[in-house]
Design a protein around this ligand. Structure first.
Ligand code: SF4
Length: 136
């Protein structure tokens, strides 16, 4: 949920391994890891990856006067400002079986990050924690 709207829905594994909305990726990238041995209290560095935890910059939007287009666009590193993201509310649509997302670029966030070309955009797509799944 973001600004009162469902923006991504899937079972747990796709959310962890294949998130398709930048807000979900932002939430994942801001999670401290608890599955590491050497937790440093007060540190914002993920000791496994060595990266800093990445906050989602900015503030949640007004629900009375939400921004035009995608309500996440003022905070989104992948936003197409002046294009689809500020012009059109993205529909919640199916991106895989049992997986829906409301982002204009949900089908290929990596390509969008490459097109944006900023370190923030690329980090967003690649900074989400890689969680080892259960082994069979
Ligand atoms: S539609 Fe645009 S602003 Fe909204 S989450 Fe996707 S890339 Fe970001």
């Amino acid at each position: 949920m973001y600004a009162g709207r469902l923006v991504e829905s899937a079972a747990t594994d796709p959310v962890f391994y294949d998130a398709r909305h930048p807000y979900t990726l932002g939430l994942m990238a801001s999670l401290p890891r608890i599955d590491v041995d050497d937790v440093v209290i007060g540190s914002d560095v993920d000791l496994r990856s060595g990266r800093r935890l990445k906050p989602i910059e900015g503030q949640p939007p007004s629900l009375l006067h939400p921004p035009p287009g995608c309500s996440f666009h003022p905070r989104c590193d992948l936003a197409d400002i002046g294009g689809a993201c500020t012009e059109e509310v993205p529909a919640l649509r199916r991106v895989a079986i049992g997986h829906t997302a409301a982002c204009h670029f949900a089908d290929d966030l990596e390509a969008r990050a490459a097109a944006v070309g900023t370190a923030d955009a690329i980090d967003l797509v690649h900074a989400a924690p890689v969680v080892e799944g259960p082994t069979a």
